[in-house]
Design a binder for this molecule. Structure first.
Ligand SMILES: *[C@@H]1O[C@H](CO)[C@@H](O)[C@H](O)[C@H]1NC(C)=O
Length: 299
């Protein structure tokens, strides 16, 4: 049976005391992350963590090219921490995947970095803001990553400028499936095939066609791909990878970027295997996003 791999950034073991945010690895590196999964997925840990992980076969972004992209580092009770992506909803809220902030229990604290191109250095454009209240979808299930969505309130408001801008969400009336459109993915996940490679320091991106859910189902099983998901073709080996979790899948719409997905999982054959990658379908969760942030939804 084909199943999923998680896209999470590896969270490495980091002591909460003096943390260099750039050294934090991906969420998928945490033992407790794997323990909560269905055993049918757990056995794939070795495969999933194999060499080929992150925005694979992508290219480096220009600084400011993705002003809605953030890097999120979250820490858990045992002191472990992990890296994910996310997007800016408003000056007060970012959107991410539930699996980035809930691993058996809610993250205890963390930092959202906005205006970031190279997360390994303190760029002038960066705004590093501590996590405020985290909201995880009440029906989030880590077993098959159902309702894999969360918002993080920023402890102080972000300041918008050319490097820090909110993302557009689909209007409530927008009933497009987005299949056939070009989807753009971005993030700090792994980019190389080298075993044990770290997440990328800089924002990487790539693109591929968005595919229909029925086409996506042929690569996964039906507990994994549901109406709440949207999939991106894996052609050319172009994909999100570990470390990219929680980050955006966007389309160009009226010359603006529209977020249609949140990076959630990859195929267990690996990031660069040519299989589709799976996202939370943003339009399925608009009401929840509206209720768990201060974003004003468009009708
Ligand atoms: C969670 O699931 C329950 C039971 O299916 C449902 O009644 C409820 O509306 C769901 N909550 C959300 C926020 O979707």
């Amino acid at each position: 049976m084909k199943t999923i791999a998680l896209l999470i950034g590896v969270l490495a073991w980091a002591s909460a005391a003096s943390v260099d945010l750039s050294k934090v690895k991906r969420i998928e590196d945490l033992d407790q992350f794997w323990e909560q999964l269905d055993p049918s997925l757990r056995i794939h840990r070795r495969t999933m963590m194999a060499p080929d992980d992150r925005i694979v076969n992508g290219e480096e972004a220009q600084p400011g090219q993705f002003p809605y992209q953030v890097a999120i580092v979250s820490f858990f009770q045992d002191g472990s921490g992990g890296l994910c992506g996310g997007t800016i909803l408003t000056q007060n809220f970012v959107l991410t995947a539930a699996h980035c902030v809930f691993i058996g229990s809610l993250a205890t604290h963390g930092t959202v970095t906005l205006g970031v191109h190279n997360r390994a250095v303190e760029e002038e454009s960066q705004q590093r803001i501590a996590h405020g209240t985290i909201k995880v979808h009440p029906n989030y299930s880590s077993t098959y990553l159902r309702n894999d969505i969360a918002t993080i309130q920023l402890s102080t408001p972000a300041v918008f400028n050319e490097f820090v801008q909110p993302i557009d969400l689909p209007a409530i009336s927008d009933d497009r499936s987005f299949a056939g459109l070009t989807g753009i993915i971005s993030g700090f996940g792994r980019t190389s095939e080298e075993s044990g490679s770290s997440p990328s320091d800089v924002v990487m991106f790539t693109s591929n066609p968005i595919i229909t859910n029925s086409d996506c189902l042929s690569a996964f099983h039906d507990e994994v791909i549901q109406a709440q998901n949207i999939c991106l073709s894996g052609e050319g080996g172009r994909s999100v990878c570990q470390g990219d979790s929680g980050g955006p899948l966007t389309v160009r719409d009226n010359d603006r970027s529209l977020q249609v997905g949140i990076a959630s999982f990859i195929h267990w054959n690996g990031c660069a295997s040519g299989n589709p990658s799976g996202y939370v379908r943003v339009s399925h969760f608009l009401t929840w996003i509206g209720e768990n942030s201060d974003v004003v939804l468009r009708n």
